[in-house]
Design a binder for this molecule. Structure first.
Ligand code: LUB
Length: 232
């Protein structure tokens, strides 16, 4: 999501005036400033939700992390449920951008559909390892039973997206006889999500790349029509 560029301005506005003071710089419209503040709150919340279980987190924790008052956070998000929903939604927007980007890039490189799937998964695993928003989204969805708000339904979007790519692979003759695109999509989402979850539980994702290197060749081995089909 474009509004959630963590590279830009994580520290902006932190030093200086207290949040909520009236002396806004004239060149920056109020709305723009509010949007940036919301993004920063979302980023701080993601950093917290990524590493702590939902029930232990308070709006005050988010405010403390930003050096803001709780009232200033409350102005943008009424409660931590609203923050959790916003973080999970932002994490899906972020996934969407990552997929669009990878598909565009791999299509330009004329990779086959199965190779494109692998390229997407490489990016997915990298995001689980390094991207706090993705880590927070994954954790919040796992804790969704503890969150008193409606969260987006998990996994369906990914299954649908991978089914589309697998359908292209099928049309290109890359799938082995009897393997359906939906089956392949389910297997991939289950394996990759399960792998990252176990890696997180056992090692805080420090062994994620090792586990992925092991899993990667298995992912398409049973699905590809030929040994060469899924090779990067
Ligand atoms: C993705 C998460 C975290 C699956 O699709 C989802 O709902 C997901 C949270 O539930 O990662 C990525 C294969």
């Amino acid at each position: 999501m474009k509004e959630l560029q963590y590279e830009d301005g994580l520290l902006e506005g932190v030093g200086g005036r207290p949040e909520g003071s009236r002396q806004e710089p004239r060149q920056e419209p109020k709305q723009e400033r509010a949007r940036r503040t919301r993004d920063r709150i979302l980023q701080a919340a993601a950093e917290i939700f990524a590493v702590r279980s939902y029930p232990t987190v308070t709006l005050q924790d988010v405010a403390d992390r930003m050096g803001m008052t709780k009232g200033a956070v409350y102005f943008h998000y009424k409660n931590k449920e609203a923050l959790a929903v916003a973080v999970v939604e932002a994490h899906y927007v972020h996934w969407g951008a990552l997929v669009t980007e990878t598909v565009a890039e791999t299509t330009a490189r004329e990779l086959s559909p199965l190779q494109r799937i692998l390229a997407v998964l490489d990016r997915v695993v990298d995001a689980f390892r390094h991207d706090v928003l993705i880590q927070a989204g994954a954790r919040l969805q796992l804790e969704r039973a503890l969150i008193q708000a409606e969260l987006p339904r998990p996994y369906r979007g990914w299954i649908a997206m991978l089914t589309e790519l697998a359908t292209e692979a099928d049309a290109a003759g890359e799938l082995r006889e009897g393997v359906t695109p939906t089956a392949l999509a389910h297997v991939i989402v289950s394996s990759v999500f399960g792998m990252q979850h176990i890696s997180d539980t056992l090692t805080g994702r420090t062994d994620l790349m090792t586990r992925y290197k092991e899993l990667r060749p298995f992912l398409l081995a049973g699905a590809a029509a030929t040994a060469a089909a899924g090779r990067p």
